[in-house]
Design a protein around this ligand. Structure first.
Ligand code: PMP
Length: 398
């Protein structure tokens, strides 16, 4: 018997499996709304102009490829802190935030999970119902028991805030609560500022550990506006974690650029936490890769490129909003009323409200690919496909 003969076949990744199916589909009108990637008005993955300019600058002054520090490029870390907490945050001045460069948002979540396994090994992790699929898998693999708090209210098309608060209030002290800072994946429904205060009340009064997953800063209202959630926590919660991803906001998916920030109660504690976080990193991949973070650092450190980034991020955000409106208009034109909630949602995704059967018909009969949960990526809609997608949805709703 061979060493691996008993290894079971794992199921394929649901979303990547959809992409494979999409690639093999011969329907010329096929549309992939499965994967969470922003596409421009021509249906292409954009290379942001600010990133292209940063690439040129870096290429003009080639440097030797040494190891980075375990926690990454220092100026990159500072820029991340300022983006996430605000440049004038007292936390930064007090030296209370530890930030380590990470392999995308996923890498940041895993660093945080591994760190928390050391700090509170017996804690339960709570994630939203539903949540990004990898939250469950990642925290489970890190050794935690993962449970869920209520979030999506299917009947009212929004957040079940009372249910969510009730579940957070019932959680034991030390429970790690994973919260989508903005652009909730997969529903597209975020909490209002007053709801966030109720969440913060529950976190503070219940002694919970908040882990804010910020994968889409700038995709809801703007960089500052979306960061307000983190600042609201900073004002009232002595310690919490934030994962950052630049995959979407810089369209740097494959470069794996992100960061984990840990808010500590004072600078001495922050130094100790950093020392432990470095061990987590060192024993996983030793130190992070240079290029993606160097691109982000170059853009954020240069006023002109930074302004360009802010504008380009705004263009992406506005295009998604425009596509939401066009989808609702297209649906209305095809005879489907009552789906106006699509424009209430924010970010790259829409929970369309379609059933699994309807999503499967959409794929099989119209080659429009979304997930069985009814999630569609509105950031993959454009003027050439939105009418067809609207008509196809209308057809399966009949
Ligand atoms: N968190 C959420 C909520 C996400 O939607 C994603 C990306 N789909 C991530 C984290 C991971 O981001 P990255 O691709 O940078 O690893």
């Amino acid at each position: 018997m061979s060493l691996f003969s008993r290894v079971e076949q794992a199921p394929p990744d649901a979303i990547l499996g959809l992409t494979e199916q999409f690639k093999a589909d011969t329907n010329p009108r096929k549309v992939n709304l499965g994967v969470g990637v922003y596409q421009d008005a021509t249906g292409k993955l954009p290379l942001l102009r600010c990133v292209a300019a940063a690439e040129q600058r870096l290429a003009a002054t080639p440097t030797a490829k040494g190891y980075l520090a375990i926690d990454g490029i220092p100026t990159y870390g500072r820029e991340v802190k300022e983006l996430v907490f605000g440049a004038d945050s007292p936390l930064l001045e007090q030296g209370r935030v530890v930030t380590a460069q990470a392999l995308g948002g996923t890498g940041a979540l895993k660093l945080g999970a591994d760190l928390m396994r050391q700090v509170t090994p017996d804690a339960t992790v709570l994630i939203s119902t539903p949540s990004w699929e990898n939250h469950l898998a990642l925290f489970t693999r890190a050794g935690f028991t993962v449970e869920k708090y209520r979030y999506y209210d299917a009947a009212r098309k929004g957040v079940d805030v009372d249910g969510m608060i009730e579940d957070l209030r019932a959680a034991a002290p030390g429970t790690i609560v994973v919260l989508h800072a903005c652009c909730h994946n997969p529903t597209g429904y975020d909490l209002a500022p007053a709801d966030w205060q109720r969440v913060i009340d529950a976190v503070v009064e219940g002694g919970l550990t908040a882990f804010l997953d910020m994968a889409y800063q700038g995709f809801s209202q703007g960089i500052e506006e979306d960061g307000a959630v983190v600042r609201a926590f900073a004002e009232r919660v002595p310690s919490f974690l934030v994962s950052t991803s630049f995959s979407k906001s810089f369209s740097l998916y494959g470069e794996r650029v992100g960061a984990l920030s840990v808010v500590c109660s004072d600078a001495a504690e922050a130094a100790r936490v950093l020392s432990q976080l470095k061990i987590v990193i060192r024993t996983n991949y030793s130190n992070p890769p240079t290029h993606g973070a160097a691109l982000v650092e170059t853009v954020l450190e240069d006023p002109e490129l930074r302004a360009q980034w802010v504008a380009e991020l705004g263009e992406m955000r506005d295009r998604i909003k425009a596509m939401r409106t066009k989808l609702v208009d297209g649906l209305a034109a095809a005879g489907v009323e009552g789906m106006g909630y699509i424009t209430d949602q924010v970010g790259m995704f829409s929970f369309s409200g379609l059933t699994k059967e309807q999503m499967q018909r959409l794929r099989a009969e119209y080659a429009v690919y979304g997930t069985d949960t009814g999630r569609i990526c509105v950031a993959a809609l454009n003027d050439d496909n939105v009418a067809y997608v609207s008509e196809s949805i209308a057809a399966v709703l009949q």
